[in-house]
Design a protein around this ligand. Sequence first.
Ligand code: M1P
Length: 256
Amino acid sequence: MSAAVTPFSEREFPDTICLFDVDGTLTPARLVVSDEMRDLLKELRKKCTIGFVGGSDLAKQKEQLGNDVISQFDFAFSENGLTAYRLGEKMASQSFINWLGDEKYNKLARFILRYLADIELPKRRGTFIEFRNGMINVSPIGRNASTEERNEYEAFDKENKIREKLVAALKEEFPDYGLTYSIGGQISFDVFPTGWDKTYCLQYVVPEGFKNIHFFGDKSYKGGNDYEIYTDDRTIGHAVNSPEDTARILKELFFQ
Ligand code: M1P
C-alpha cells in the first residue's frame, strides 16, 4: 500500500501536513463524506501530507469516510490518536483500562449508570457507556439512538444541560482520577486521561519534522474537543463551521 504513495518529501509542500477533525469538518455530523470532499483530499494529498484525527473509533470513521480510510490518508488517528496508522502501518497504541485499572473503572461506571437511571429523560435507547480502546463514551440517551432521536436529544440537552450536569457531578465525585471530560458531539461525551485529547496525536507527527502543521476543526472553542490541538503552539489552527468551510479554506491555502 505504502509503495504507491508519493513520499512526503516529494510533495509540492514537503514541510506541510494538514490534520482534520472528522465530524462537522470533513463530514456533516455522524454522516458520510461527500464525493467532492473525497476528491479534494485526493488532490490535496499530492500537495502535502494529510491526516485525520477523530474522537470516534476506527469503525465509525470507516462508516463516515469509507472503508479505505486508512489508505486515503497518510496518518489516520482514531480516538484522538490512541489508535494510530502511518501509511497504512499500525503504530503503538495505549489503552484506557490499562491506565485506569478495573477497580477505579468499576466505581466510575456504577456512578454513571446509577446517575443516568435516576434522571428524567423523554427517551432512552441502548448503550449508555461505550467502552473504547482509549476512552469511554457516555450517552444519556444511548448510542443506539436514530438520527432523528439524536437531533431531538441534542435540543433537549441544550435546554436542560444534561451532559454538563453529569460532567460536573463526575468531576466532584472523582477529583483525583486525572480524567478529562469532553463534549464533542450531539448525544454524548468522551472520558479519557488528561492529556489524551487530540494533541496526543502530535507525538507521531512532530518527529517527522513538518514546519507547518495545519489543523482544521469545528469544535475549536473552549470546552470543544478540538480546542487543545487548535490552540497548541505546534499547530496552525483553523476553526471551521462545516465541510464546505473546510473546503473553502483549503482552496485558498493550496489551490490558488
Ligand atoms: O467526533 C465527535 C464525537 O462524535 C460522537 O459524538 P456523538 O455521538 O455524541 O455525536 C462520538 O463518537 C464522540 O466520541 C466523538 O467525540
